[in-house]
Design a protein around this ligand. Structure first.
Ligand code: ADP
Ligand code: F6P
Length: 326
C-alpha cells in the first residue's frame, strides 16, 4: 500500500480527530502517503481531498468534531455515484480508503469494497448502535455530556420541586439514554427498545411525590418520545410541575474523553495496519476491550444487543415498583 485516503462520514463524534491523528501517524510510520477527504462521501464525489502528513496530526487530538468535516450524502446511496467515487480513487492511484463513521458510512464503504476499492471502517458515532463492535467512538463523551447536564438539571428541579424530562440523542437506539439514566440516577429511563405508557409514568410521578420525591428525573431517548410533548402531557395528567430539556447537539461536541481518544488512537491504527497488511473490507471494532477485526458481511449479520438487564436495573434502583411496566 503506497497511498491511503481517509474521511469522516455521518454524524460527527468526539474522538474522530484522535482517529484522524492515529491514521496519519500510523501510515507515516509505515511510509504510506496519506490523503484527507473533506466532507465524507460528498467530498469524495467532488474529489475534495488534500495531501496530509505526519505534522498535520498535531494539535487536533483533544478537539471534538472532525478537522476533515463530515457530511451526509444522499447522492452516494446511488450505484452510479459509488462507481464515480471508485473511479476517482483509482485515477488518484489511491490504494485504500479508511472511513470513520457509523453504520450508514460502513454501508457506503461496503459498496466501494464491492466495486474493488480496498476499504476499512473505524466505528464512530455517538449512538453506539453499530453492529460488529461493542463500542463506537464518541459514545462515552456523549454519555458524560448528558451526565453533566442531568446533574445541573437536578439542581434546579430540586429547588423548584419540579420533575424533569431530559431528551437525549441516539436516533433509533436507546444506548445513550440507558447509560446516562443508569449512571445519572434517573427515576425513569425511556428507550425505543422497551415499550412504555405515559399513564404509568404519571402514576409513578404521583406515587414518588407522595413519598417526598418531588424532583424526579426522566431520561427520554429521542427515538422513544418527544421530551417536550411528554412533559406537557405529564403536567396536565398529574398537576405536577414538569420541565423539559432537549439536549440536542451539545451531545455531539466537546473534547473527547480519555476513553474515546484511546478508541480513536487504537482503532485508527488497526485500520491502517489491516489495510497495509493486505486485509480489506473490514471494521476495526472492539470487543472485551480488545481490537476486533470483522468483515462487513459478518458485522452486518450481527444484531446490536440492547442492555436489557441494565434497563431493568435502572428501573429497580430508580422508581422501582412505583413504575408499573404494562
Ligand atoms: P452514520 O454513518 O453516522 O450512520 P448515516 O446513516 O447518515 O450516518 O450515513 C452516512 C452516509 O453514508 C450517508 O449520508 C450516505 O452517504 C452513506 N450511506 C448510508 N447508507 C448507505 C448505503 N446503504 N449505501 C451506500 N451509502 C450509504
Ligand atoms: O447519528 C448521530 C446523531 O446525533 C443522532 O443521535 C441524531 O438523531 C442525528 O445524528 C442527528 O442528525 P443530524 O446531525 O443530521 O441532524
Amino acid at each position: 500500500m503506497k497511498r491511503l485516503a481517509f474521511l469522516t462520514s455521518g454524524g460527527d463524534a468526539p474522538g474522530m480527530n484522535a482517529a484522524v491523528r492515529s491514521i496519519l501517524r500510523s501510515a507515516a510510520s509505515r511510509g504510506i502517503e496519506t490523503w484527507g477527504v473533506f466532507r465524507g462521501y460528498e467530498g469524495l464525489l467532488a474529489g475534495d481531498m488534500i495531501r496530509l502528513g505526519w505534522k498535520d496530526a498535531g494539535g487536533i487530538v483533544h478537539h471534538g468534531g472532525t478537522v476533515l468535516k463530515t457530511a451526509r450524502s444522499p447522492a452516494f446511496r446511488e450505484k452510479e455515484a459509488q462507481e464515480r467515487a471508485a473511479a476517482l480513487l483509482r485515477e488518484r492511484e489511491i490504494d485504500g480508503l479508511v472511513v470513520i463513521g457509523g453504520d450508514g458510512s460502513m454501508a457506503g464503504a461496503a459498496a466501494l469494497e464491492a466495486l474493488g476499492v480496498a476499504t476499512a471502517v473505524v466505528p464512530a458515532t455517538i449512538d453506539n448502535d453499530m453492529c460488529g463492535t461493542e463500542e463506537t467512538i464518541g459514545y462515552d463523551t456523549a454519555v458524560n455530556t448528558v451526565l453533566e447536564a442531568i446533574s445541573r438539571i437536578r439542581d434546579t428541579a430540586a429547588s423548584h420541586d419540579r420533575a424533569a424530562v431530559v431528551e437525549v440523542m441516539g436516533r433509533h437506539a436507546g444506548h445513550i439514554a440507558l447509560a446516562a439514566g443508569l449512571a445519572g440516577g434517573a427515576e425513569i429511563t425511556l428507550v425505543p427498545e422497551v415499550p412504555f405508557s405515559r399513564e404509568n409514568i404519571a402514576d409513578a410521578l404521583l406515587a414518588m411525590q407522595k413519598e417526598g420525591r418531588t424532583n424526579s428525573i426522566i431520561v427520554c431517548a429521542e427515538g422513544a418520545a418527544s421530551g417536550a410533548e411528554l412533559a406537557d402531557w405529564l403536567k396536565k395528567a398529574t398537576g405536577i410541575d414538569v420541565c423539559a430539556t432537549i439536549l440536542g447537539y451539545i451531545q455531539r461536541g466537546g473534547a473527547p474523553t480519555a476513553r474515546d481518544a484511546l478508541l480513536g488512537a487504537i482503532l485508527g491504527a488497526a485500520a491502517v495496519d489491516g489495510l497495509a497488511d493486505g486485509r480489506r473490507g473490514f471494521l476495526a471494532g472492539c470487543r472485551n476491550s480488545r481490537v476486533r477485526i470483522i468483515s462487513y458481511d459478518d458485522a452486518f449479520k450481527e444484531k446490536r444487543e440492547f442492555y436489557t438487564n441494565g434497563w431493568e436495573l435502572a428501573l429497580r434502583i430508580g422508581a422501582g415498583p412505583r413504575y408499573r411496566m404494562k
